[in-house]
Design a protein around this ligand. Sequence first.
Ligand SMILES: *Cc1c(COP(=O)(O)O)cnc(C)c1O
Length: 368
Amino acid sequence: MDELKPPQRLLLGPGPCNVPYRVLRAMSTPLVGHLDPLFMQMMDEVCSMLRQVFKTENQMTFPVSGTGSAGMEATFVNLLEPGDTAVVCQNGVFGTRMIDVAERCGAKVIKVEAEWSQPLDQQKIIDTLKAHPEAKLCAIVYAETSTGVLQPIQEIGAYLKDKDTLFLVDTVTALGGVNLEVDAWGIDASYSGTQKCLAVPPGLAPVTFGPKALEVLNNRKTKVQSWYLDLTMLSKYWSSSERLYHHTAPITMIYGLREGLRIVLEEGLENRFERHAAAAGHLAKGLGEMGFGFWAAEGYRLPPLTCAIPPQGWDVEGIRKKLLADYDIEVGGGLGPAAGKIWRIGLMGENACVQKVAVLLRALQDFA
Ligand SMILES: *Cc1c(COP(=O)(O)O)cnc(C)c1O
């Protein structure tokens, strides 16, 4: 076997994005044990920084070992028991995945749907919740990476604030890229991932659970179906007072997340959101001038991920392959009804800047 020499790609897909050198450097520093006092301190620091980026006071905020989908699974398996009702919203791949996960928990799923380019109507969701006050939770994706739709969610959170039903939000592509206020918006449980706007390699899923969610967890009649993701045990490892061994934390990933979060907070959340929005604006302007269309409904476009429709006559998949092979630029393909029709262009983390947009637009001129 030869030594591994991956090329320097510009990762403008739906994640992962390019990782800052500072994060890679942190990840190549020496290991300590996962119960070493130094590592314990690091765990507390990571949790405290995660609370800042989620904008929450939730004590139960920590990174689950695994990617975003492990975070999804962790929220559902801990909050749902067989026979429970769950209202799940679906207007893309990740809403569909949530339905699958909820059904595997044995829940009866009430779906609220919209076309895969449109946002869901909050009033329609609230009406469904009024018809199903028995629902244990209402789950929705805030930033749908399969369609590029940024879903308004605050009215649902406000409605559920004094109800028993929990509000569960997928914030995988939102965290660190668009404004998110877990406490102020009445979100009871949320999960994210590291490889989108936090610009850390894939491997951890930050999660947060509020008091209402913990009450549901503590009043379960059955054991959590998953041993690995059981919060009642995981919380004893992540709580600074107990530190009871559950599984070995992926130490190197925690180093990386710690550095990634430091970078996010150094920049400041609001500056970071503005930078992502400005870069998306530049991209949309440049693409529009070249004759591109946009998949997601106007007014609901997600800055970190633009779903662009190439001009008539362009070989959508062929050019995407050439961008990767000849230009070292990765963009994502379409999914579901958008398969073969669009590109999903991510501007996440350090890639959310005019320089990277200019590189892509220049490369595209060769195909015009
Ligand atoms: C990427 C993504 C996920 C899944 O995360 P993985 O890290 O691929 O497991 C879930 N939800 C949304 C909205 C995503 O963008």
